[in-house]
Ligand binder design. Structure first.
Ligand code: ZN
Length: 248
């Protein structure tokens, strides 16, 4: 499915999910731009991975390179003043009594999508793409499908536009996200996501595991490792991929 006449803005943090979403958008839309938010993350490595992944797409996928437009980085320093989490301060990541990790920034995705829509308005882009997911989400209520659908209504009313908010990962888990990358861009895209996307909460890129870089023990690394191992098991069962190349 492609709609070459349409333009899209992808919320691109540099993580596995948004990297896959970027490929998904490039597969569908004729013009794709990216937006990243700088809100004083404790580790800036995720933002640095964004450029590396975009470069890998440009180098390895000429058809997509022609569609990939500018990257936008928005400073949202104000988020720091409403969050008290391990992402922005030197605190341990822990689970709160409400079942949410203390990395939770209340309503963060609502804020991101609203700024993205404002930029999409300016850039003449009708589609906004985000990696929100209910399946693997850590309890973040702003990742829920209902939240996104309600926000789409609010944005369209409030900006008098017909934006479409896309969340291609909403109902799939991390293993299926790897399979989606493989479907979109084959082993080359899987390798690009492995090498250049970043998930680790601690910003650790010193050790390269089979599933990519990370500390290996934080919740984000755990989730990524489990998804990769499940993907590898499924691929071997289906005979689709060489275990030597893609096995955990
Ligand atoms: Zn980690």
């Amino acid at each position: 499915m492609t709609d070459a006449a349409e333009g899209a803005l992808v919320l691109f943090s540099g993580g596995q999910d948004s990297a896959t979403c970027l490929a998904w958008a490039l597969d569908r839309f004729g013009r794709v731009e990216t937006i990243g938010f700088d809100y004083g993350q404790r580790h800036r490595v995720e933002l640095e991975c964004r450029a590396a992944f975009r470069d890998a797409l440009t180098a390895g996928f000429p058809g997509w390179a022609a569609r990939l437009g500018p990257d936008h980085t928005l400073a949202l320093e104000a988020l720091k003043s409403v969050s008290d989490t391990a992402l922005t301060r030197e605190t341990e990541i822990a689970m709160g009594a409400d079942g949410l990790p203390n990395t939770f920034v209340p309503g963060r995705n609502i804020i991101f999508l609203t700024f993205a829509a404002a930029l999409a308005y300016r850039r003449g882009l009708r589609h906004v793409v985000g990696g929100m997911c209910e399946t693997d989400y850590s309890g973040y209520p702003d990742c829920r499908d209902d939240t996104i659908k309600a926000l789409q209504v609010a944005l369209n009313l409030g900006m008098a536009r017909r934006f479409v908010l896309h969340t291609p990962l909403m109902w799939i888990d991390k293993a299926a996200t790897w399979r989606l990358a493989e479907t979109l861009g084959g082993a080359a895209l899987v390798e690009a996501v492995l090498e250049h996307s970043h998930s680790c909460y601690l910003g650790d890129r010193t050790v390269r595991h089979p599933w990519g870089y990370g500390c290996g023990t934080c919740p984000a690394c755990e989730l990524r490792r489990k998804g990769w191992e499940e993907y590898g098991r499924d691929a071997r069962r289906d005979g689709g991929l060489k275990p030597t190349l893609h096995g955990p």
